[in-house]
Design a protein around this ligand. Structure first.
Ligand code: ADE
Ligand code: ZN
Length: 344
């Protein structure tokens, strides 16, 4: 992964305190870690070497990425694997200004291979607890359902974590994987049950699917946030609805370029979304696959659009506003961002 710095100086945008609200922990598996975990767990990989795997990090669309993402995820088997993965991410993201994380994970990608769901949650939670102790990073876990699996599978996962959800080990549910052909409405009852368990609700919508997927996530799933949501712009009435309600959109600029949602960063709709008054946040999605962690996404946006430091701080403020952090923590984080702005 390329880490960008200003001619050897520390990159100021890495120091801007920020929250990340759209991060798949399986999407932080770096090629060298894929090979290290495969060796540790005695798993044979369909790649010859780290260089071979690295050369495959080029995608034509969402599905071409998902194929590689799931092929690599098989190296995750033990609690320690999930701990090591999340710890590596948290350390890197900390060095890029991360202060609060709402971390996605895909339990069905693991349980279908015989890994226990508690194994996954225990490893991730231990990493988050340690990152809080070491760096003061706050946050929690959002369990994502794979939308291209049957709805019964999603219900089974939710039942399996119900006690832990009520105990506070999870903060929410999400919906990911292949979007087109799998509309949000399929999961209406699953989300209703998740809300009964006290979980927040988010969903990927409008990444490759049209604005009707965003409307479905709002109406059927009662989502509090929309992940990506960039195709909302195709429907002016939906844009007005998102503006008026200030439902946040977790945008992932490098991801959208690498998955060919736009040709180049210059064509990314982020400036238009901001001009329309939408509550937009910047996130990394799957940083080891898309060429950058959360701070790198901020840098790419500033470079592409020439946004001022004040505009970048406003985007960090959005990440705090859009988070599920308690009010006191939000106030703290706003203070940290204001202090960064004061030093600029
Ligand atoms: N799973 C991991 N990354 C994803 C993305 N960008 N869209 C849908 N599902 C995903
Ligand atoms: Zn995503």
């Amino acid at each position: 992964m390329r880490v960008r710095k200003n001619s050897g100086m520390t990159q100021p945008l890495y120091e801007l305190p920020k929250a990340e609200l759209h991060l798949h922990i399986e999407g932080t598996l770096e090629p060298d870690m894929v090979f290290a975990l495969a060796e540790r767990n005695g798993i044979e990989l369909p790649f010859e070497s780290v260089a071979d795997l690295t050369s495959r990090l080029q995608f034509t669309d969402l599905q071409s990425f998902l194929d590689l993402y799931f092929a690599c995820s098989v190296v995750l088997r033990e609690e320690q694997d999930f701990y090591d993965l999340a710890t590596a991410y948290l350390k890197k993201a900390h060095s890029q200004g991360l202060r609060h994380i709402e971390m996605f994970f895909d339990p069905q990608a693991h349980t279908m291979r015989g890994v226990g769901i508690d194994t996954v949650i225990d490893g991730l939670k231990r990493a988050l607890d340690d990152a809080f102790a070491e760096f003061g990073i706050t946050g929690g876990l959002i369990l994502c359902f794979l939308r291209d699996l049957p709805v019964e599978s999603a219900f089974a996962v939710l039942d399996a974590v119900a006690e832990r959800a009520v105990a506070g080990d999870l903060i929410g549910v999400g919906l990911d994987s292949a979007e087109v052909g799998y509309p949000p409405e399929i999961f209406e009852q699953v989300y209703a049950r998740a809300r009964e368990l006290g979980l927040h609700c988010v969903a990927h919508a409008g990444e490759e699917g049209g604005p009707e997927y965003v409307e479905g996530a709002l109406d059927a799933l009662k989502c509090e946030r929309i992940d990506h949501g960039i195709r909302s712009l195709q429907n002016p009435a939906l844009v007005e609805r998102l503006r008026a309600s200030q439902v946040p959109l977790t945008v992932c600029p490098l991801s959208t370029v690498r998955l060919r949602g736009v040709e180049t960063m210059a064509e990314h709709p982020l400036p238009r979304m901001l001009e329309a008054g939408l509550l937009v946040t910047i996130n990394s999605d799957d940083p080891s696959y898309f060429g950058g962690y959360v701070g790198d996404n901020y840098i790419a946006v500033q470079e592409a659009f020439g946004f001022s430091d004040a505009a970048m701080a406003a985007l960090a403020m959005n990440s705090v506003a859009a988070s599920f952090a308690p009010a006191g923590r939000k106030a703290e984080l706003r203070g940290e961002i204001a202090a960064w702005s004061g030093r600029r």
